[in-house]
Ligand binder design. Structure first.
Ligand code: X8Z
Ligand code: ZN
Length: 608
């Protein structure tokens, strides 16, 4: 997969080595090579830690303290990232790792993995196109500032993301909903030119080392080609399409009744409870439980502490003190003179002990799930930060694994036996199980056509097919209709860029299929835990206190990226990645929805 560079200097060196070999013991080449590789890797790992830490700290500042008119923070962030990029993409690092990999048979698996990771890091930052890389870094920094420094307004009043979510979750007033939805999209238009610039710069950065385009580059992290990835995404969507089609039909009728409207063929985007229509779970109020009220009474700090307690009950350590002192967990105060990135993330700043999370937690069900999701990343970081995992391999088995851990815990944390155990639900409560299953499907299943369809296809078009800027919005809404059956509330011409209102399009580009894959994987992990470890019904588990479950998760995490994820999955689950566990889990819901939808008009095709 790595494109061969033609290192002339290397050939000379090899010839010199060969001459020397004659008078040395037979294993000399291997030994001297090994010594060289060991030294090279040690130096690389040491150097990268300092540079990465400096860059991450500057990025942290940029994302947590955005002050209008301040140019210093972004300048520092760009400089630190340039220094990191210059090292990662240096000719020396590329040449050496390429040449060592040519003699892979003399190396051990961990060395090979590290060299591959070094080349992957170089792939986005080749020093041969130093100016392009610098421009890209500056453009990315600017995009983040513009996205998160943007003041959204509704009726001329400032409004934040959590407030928009609350309107979309609760309001029955379609006019108010429309205004809130539109407010959430305003920022996209301001980011359109920046996205077009990044489309070019990202592609040019990676093309220098032989990747076809930025999408190709990001996908290669999975050891897959673009075609394989797209095929895998389409197959996930296909496997879950019958269920999605039932959910879509049910939602159209449900929402129309709720807002007192005719049943539409496709769902107007502002009818849904989420700004991008990516997860619809908040639509259902589950009889027998009012988790929002429970959580509101407990407060935002409780959510983090209880999340930590859950992981600890599985056998994970307490979070380091610095997590609490250095993280930015709650929304910036209304009167603050700075803004912050409002999207949740987890950071591994020194690739060792400095772990932090950036969130804007308010006590509600959505943030309960998101907090557990972020803690999943944090515990993944903590677990592979051990002496057996070299720094350059401190990542997930693949990126989807990293996303899966905390979402899995989030799923487990909404099941009845867990809620009862944690005092969030009384034992006698008659929880409507089918509604719970429905709300789970509205989150986990609905994300698949959004993540593997809309987002993936849009970014594939953007980077692999050079989507022209005057077709961004048109393409976006075509994909929304095709994969999700969602339409815009009003005409959205090219003066908008609704895709760019989504964080990842700007600062986590060409990677969104990670989340779709993670949902698929987490149901496989969950099925294994429920049936093989806990011996409980997958719909009614209680992970709390199960050290065996914790051991299983730690075992998935502990080697970081020092595994071949496909083999790892086979080894730990006895199967490859497959939507079957997810489809099995929701099978009872399928019958329930079919009965509810009987006689209703379906508007999505039976097959995609
Ligand atoms: O971006 C995230 C995480 C980042 S660590 C909060 N998620 C996706 C999204 O919000 O679009 C989690 C699920 C999907
Ligand atoms: Zn995540």
């Amino acid at each position: 997969m790595y494109k061969t560079l033609l290192p002339t200097a290397l050939c000379i060196c090899l010839m010199a080595c060969n001459t020397a070999e004659k008078s040395k013991p037979e294993n000399y080449v291997e030994d001297s090579l090994n010594h060289e590789v060991v030294t090279f890797l040690e130096e690389y790992n040491t150097e990268i830690q300092g540079l990465y830490y400096a860059s991450a700290k500057a990025q942290w500042e940029l994302n947590t303290h955005i002050v209008e008119g301040d140019t210093m923070t972004s300048k520092k962030a760009a400089q630190a990232e340039e220094a990191l990029a210059a090292f990662m993409g240096s000719e020396e690092n590329i040449k050496k790792s390429t040449s060592y990999l040519e003699k892979a048979e003399a190396l051990n698996a961990t060395q090979i993995k590290q060299l591959e990771a070094i080349l992957y890091n170089a792939g986005n930052n080749p020093s041969t196109v130093e100016d392009v890389v610098k421009e890209r870094i500056a453009a990315e920094t600017k995009q983040v500032e513009m996205l998160f420094g943007y003041q959204m307004t509704m009726d001329g009043e400032a409004i934040d993301g959590n407030e928009i979510n609350a309107i979309l979750k609760n309001s029955l007033n379609l006019n108010e909903r429309l205004k809130a939805w539109e407010a959430s999209k305003e920022v996209g238009a301001t980011l359109k030119a920046g996205l077009e610039n990044l489309q070019q710069l990202r592609n040019q950065s990676v093309q220098a080392l032989g990747y076809e385009d930025y999408f190709d580059y990001q996908v290669s992290d999975y050891g897959m080609s673009k075609e394989e990835l797209i095929a895998s995404c389409e197959s996930m969507i296909k496997d879950l399409w019958p269920l999605y089609r039932e959910l879509h039909t049910w939602a159209r009728y449900e929402l129309a009744a709720k807002y007192g409207q005719e049943v539409p063929d496709f769902i107007p985007a502002h009818w849904l409870t989420n700004k991008w229509g990516q997860e619809w779970g908040a639509m259902v109020e589950i009889e027998g439980i009012d988790l929002d009220s429970e959580l509101e009474a407990k407060g935002a700090e409780w959510i983090v502490k209880e999340g930590e307690a859950f992981y600890q009950s599985l056998g994970f350590e307490a979070l380091p003190e610095s997590f609490y002192t250095q993280s930015s967990l709650y929304p910036a105060p209304k009167d603050a003179d700075y803004k912050k990135n409002s999207h949740a993330s987890a950071w591994h700043l020194d690739l060792d002990k400095d772990v932090r999370s950036l969130m804007s937690i308010v006590p509600n069900t959505e943030w309960w799930g998101t907090t557990l999701h972020e803690l999943g990343h944090i515990y993944y970081y903590m677990t592979y930060s051990n002496p057996d995992v070299p720094l350059v391999l401190r990542g997930g088995a693949n990126r989807a694994y990293h996303e899966a851990m905390g979402s899995l815990i989030g799923l487990a944390a909404l099941q009845k036996p867990f809620l009862v155990d944690r005092g969030l639900l009384s034992e006698e409560a008659e929880l409507n199980q089918m509604q719970l299953l429905l709300s789970e499907a509205l989150d986990f299943v609905v994300l698949i056509p959004w993540g593997a369809g809309v987002m993936t296809q849009f970014e594939h078009a953007l980077y692999a097919n050079n989507l022209p800027v005057d077709a961004y919005n048109k393409r976006w809404w075509e994909l929304k209709k095709k994969y999700q059956g969602i339409v815009p509330p009003t005409t959205r011409g090219e003066e908008y860029c609704d895709a760019a209102s989504k964080t990842h399009i700007n600062n986590d580009a060409a990677q969104y299929y990670d989340y779709a894959m993670s949902n698929i994987l987490l149901f496989q992990f969950h099925q294994h835990i429920a049936t093989k470890i806990l011996k409980q019904d997958p719909h009614a588990t209680n992970y709390y206190g199960s050290k065996a479950t914790g051991d299983f998760l730690k075992n998935l995490m502990v080697k970081g990226a020092n595994v071949d994820w496909k083999k790892d999955l086979e080894e730990k689950l006895g199967e490859g990645m497959s939507a079957k566990a997810m489809a099995d889990y929701f099978a009872p819901l399928m019958d329930y929805l079919k009965a509810l939808n009987e006689g209703r008009k379906y508007t999505l095709a039976e097959r995609l």
